[in-house]
Design a binder for this molecule. Structure first.
Ligand SMILES: [Zn+2]
Length: 345
């Protein structure tokens, strides 16, 4: 089964499949403030590495916890389909195991890990211009009804415009530890351990294609390939040629993306430089405003109490749709992306 029901099951399936195919598998154990998997074992990021070659494809999953179910399924699909012998394949499973096991998008400290990788010397403070004004909408201390939420968000959209609002909300903030899209106050345990290990893991590789799988942005079941480049850059043109029209620059006018601080791609670029080509592959789930509302409700319940099983169900809806049609679509599109990665050779 490719879409696992729990983090623990996903990890077991991943290890079993990788080992059966002869991978070298290692685990980075995460203390996560004492959090454990359902069987009492420590949480971990698994790394499966296949073969030696100057060109590598790396697929990572679960940087955003609950989004890891789709990422894990894509990794499983890749192992099942096989890959060219002149490629090295490296799979990083569940980069945020605490979030994945608790069906949250953030880690054990409420940190959004894709906002956590600030450049050396950059300080963990500051927020987008309008975040403070939106704080009560984004981080209410009591449950907010769907009607109230849609009225209040419609008002904010009218006031700021959708693009500015998207940026203010999701760009990453470092001033509200209990709020959404908080980038943390230091580099977190998981990212720290991962970054320490990566240079050696890929030391002999000359060219790295990296796909970081996410969910929650875009049209249901359809992927968007977000790149850390502006649409006027040469990089963007090259990526469009190679990966097609699904490639989207962060500054696309009507796109789903927004500029973020402390993103994972930036940290990888720092390590690998021009050896790296990176796509953040986003599979759409439900409407953006519903994703946001479900995130708000999960965060509210986590900090102030409430119906946890409802919050968990909403997180699944927003980031791991439970329908066969959605899952089939995701795997179909992931297969097409893998083909593109391997065509170029
Ligand atoms: Zn994500």
């Amino acid at each position: 089964m490719m879409f696992a029901p729990t983090y623990l099951q996903a990890r077991r399936d991943f290890r079993r499949q990788a080992l059966a195919l002869g991978a070298e598998v290692q685990a980075i154990e995460i203390e996560a403030g004492g959090l454990r998997a359902e069987d009492g074992s420590r949480l971990s990021i698994e790394i499966a590495s296949f073969g030696e070659a100057p060109k590598a494809l790396v697929i990572s999953s679960g940087l955003h916890g609950v989004e890891g179910f789709a990422g894990s399924a894509v990794q499983s699909l890749c192992m099942q389909r096989g890959w060219p012998q002149d490629r090295r394949l490296v799979l990083l499973h569940a980069l945020n195991p605490a979030g994945m096991s608790s069906l949250r998008r953030v880690n054990e400290n409420n940190v959004d890990l894709n906002r956590n990788f600030l450049a050396p010397g950059e300080s963990y403070c500051g927020s987008p211009e309008h975040y403070a004004r939106l704080n009560s909408l984004l981080n209410p201390k009591r449950p907010v009804s769907a009607l109230e939420f849609s009225m209040r968000s419609a008002w904010q959209i009218a006031r700021f415009g959708y693009g500015a609002l998207k940026q203010a909300i999701a760009g990453g903030q470092y001033d509200y530890p209990e709020g959404l899209f908080w980038g943390g106050d230091c580099l977190q345990e998981g990212p720290q351990k991962l970054l320490a290990l990566l240079p050696e893991l890929l030391a002999d590789v000359e060219q790295i294609d990296w796909i970081d799988v996410h969910t929650g942005l875009g049209v249901s079941g359809e992927p968007t390939y977000l790149v850390e480049a502006s649409k006027s850059s040469a990089d963007y043109k090259v990526l469009r040629e190679r990966f097609g029209e699904r490639v989207q620059a962060w500054d696309e006018d009507d796109g789903v993306a927004y500029a973020i601080r402390g993103g994972f791609p930036g940290a990888l670029k720092e390590i690998f430089g021009d050896r790296l080509t990176m796509l953040t592959c986003e599979f759409g789930t439900i409407k953006a405003t519903r994703v946001l509302r479900n995130l708000i409700s999960d965060n509210q319940v986590y900090h102030y109490g409430g119906d946890q099983s409802l919050a968990a169900k909403r997180m699944r809806d927003a980031f791991d749709r439970q329908t066969p049609a959605w899952r089939q679509r995701v795997l179909l599109r992931a297969g097409a992306l893998l083909d593109r990665c391997f065509i170029e050779g």
